[in-house]
Design a protein around this ligand. Structure first.
Ligand code: CMP
Length: 139
């Protein structure tokens, strides 16, 4: 059975462009509840660790630089079937391919600066949530 937790980051472009409020409104309107939330900034080391699964990809070095270039908002979200439902809400990684009305279609600047991250599996949602939040920080 699918889990009810996913993890998201509002990325540096979304924060820099003042889209935190609008994106959180979309997330709430889609039925997600916030279970943990943090405004923070990744060091290059932490960004590299978070995206270690992409270490062999050609875009990895730029991604690490970009993700540590400014503040982000990290959050754990709850809803039935959370991972799939959230990926539907944010749209394709490349905003030019994201469906109209999705968060990336509305707010992303490029395939790299694509406004939001969403976990791709229940297992990764747990791993990624634990990267930012201790058990005591989840409500
Ligand atoms: P995200 O869903 O957080 O997962 C990996 C990130 O790498 C992706 O969003 C983008 O920010 C970034 N990225 C940059 N270039 C690419 C690419 N060509 N394909 C996929 N992801 C990319």
């Amino acid at each position: 059975m699918s889990g009810n937790i996913t993890f998201t980051m509002l990325k540096p472009d979304a924060v820099e462009n003042n889209h935190i409020g609008a994106i959180l409104q979309k997330i709430n309107e889609a039925g997600f509840r916030v279970r943990a939330m943090k405004y923070t900034r990744l060091t290059p080391e932490a960004a590299g660790q978070f995206y270690a699964v992409h270490a062999a990809r050609p875009f990895y070095a730029d991604l690490v630089k970009y993700m540590s270039s400014g503040p982000i908002v990290a959050a754990i979200l709850e809803k039935d079937n959370a991972v799939t439902s959230f990926r539907d809400l944010i749209g394709a990684t490349d905003p030019t391919k994201a469906a109209p009305g999705t968060i990336r279609a509305l707010f992303a600047k490029s395939i790299e600066a694509n406004a939001v991250h969403g976990s791709d599996s229940d297992e990764n949602a747990q791993i990624e949530g634990s990267f930012f939040f201790s058990a005591l920080e989840r409500f």
